[in-house]
Design a protein around this ligand. Structure first.
Ligand code: 9WO
Length: 278
């Protein structure tokens, strides 16, 4: 997969390309990330990419010509293939795991990063095929958003994660481990490692018990609880098994009666409810 990033700060990306997944994906040749300096597509002596906004107001706006010229140059290079052109902007559609999965199918992706007070709207209207936001907050430019998009998409490119790639996409991710939030699932459950007692803060006993059925139930419960507390809107979009429904009811009840249950207590399965073996 090839990413073409158009930016006035290509050096901004150098360090993130040298670490972890993005580095490995590049070194193994599965992903190529090309950085293009927008100023190389200007035609004036000052290499200016911005101009004053029509209608007045503070600041400067990216003018259309250099961005159009940059994308035209990339199109010519890719021989007329239909390449998605993504403008990173807080006015865009929200980036989710589902959107990332769509992007991961493309052999090539062009990312446009704005700066200053904004980008001439004709870029969004006539050049970009998509306008994408990574969240409801304002950044100083599209570069961090482009980096976020690349990392989440590259993880989904087949082969990049090795064995994990299939695991993450397989339907098996539902029964055993909660789906990642963006994949329309639940938030992840808490994780622990040694020491079992850190300054008196103990790892939940069930995780040390070796009882895999109990561990599975506890993780499910804590994933449901985190989701209910922090992202309740996600619960509306996910279909819960009977066991999960019961766990959720119990979580809500426990939250209303913290003295009886203990807010973070683990309720054992001895409730007389049917426990599915799946
Ligand atoms: C600022 C602002 C303030 C109040 C109401 C709306 C607003 N929109 C903006 C805005 O679009 N600022 C941009 C900041 C101007 C171009 C550079 N900036 C930016 C942010 N580029 N890309 C992002 C961004 C943020 C989140 N997800 C993707 C891209």
């Amino acid at each position: 997969m090839i990413f073409d990033v158009v930016t006035i700060f290509p050096d901004f990306f150098r360090s993130i390309l040298e670490y972890g997944l993005l580095k490995r994906a590049r070194v193994s040749g599965q992903v190529e990330i090309r950085l293009h300096d927008l100023r190389d597509f200007t035609d004036d002596r000052h290499r200016s990419v911005d101009d004053r906004p029509f209608g007045g107001g503070p600041g400067m706006v990216f003018k259309p010509e250099p961005i159009f010229r940059a994308v035209e140059a990339l199109k010519a290079e890719s021989g007329g293939a239909q390449v998605p052109v993504v403008l990173l902007s807080p006015q865009g559609r929200l980036l989710t795991q589902a959107v990332a999965q769509e992007f991961a199918k493309a052999p090539r992706l062009t990312l446009l990063c704005g700066r200053y007070e904004g980008v001439d709207e004709r870029v969004a209207e006539y050049l970009a095929t998509e306008e994408i936001s990574i969240g409801d907050y304002v950044l100083s430019g599209g570069e961090l958003a482009a980096a976020v998009l690349m990392e989440t998409v590259v993880r989904l490119v087949p082969g990049v994660l090795g064995n994990e790639a299939s695991a993450a996409e397989d339907s098996f991710s539902l029964p055993e481990s909660p789906l990642e939030n963006g994949a329309q699932g639940l938030l992840d459950c808490p994780h622990y490692t040694r020491p079992a007692d850190f300054c008196g803060h103990k790892v939940p006993e069930v995780l040390l018990s070796g009882n895999h059925q109990q561990v599975r139930r506890w993780r499910r419960r804590r994933a449901l609880e985190k989701t209910w507390r922090n992202r309740p809107e996600l619960l509306a979009r996910v279909s819960l098994s009977d066991e999960e429904q019961a766990l959720l009811e119990d979580i809500k009840r426990a939250a209303c009666e913290p003295a009886l249950h203990g807010e973070k207590a683990f309720a054992p399965a001895a409730s007389g409810r049917t426990v599915k073996s799946s």
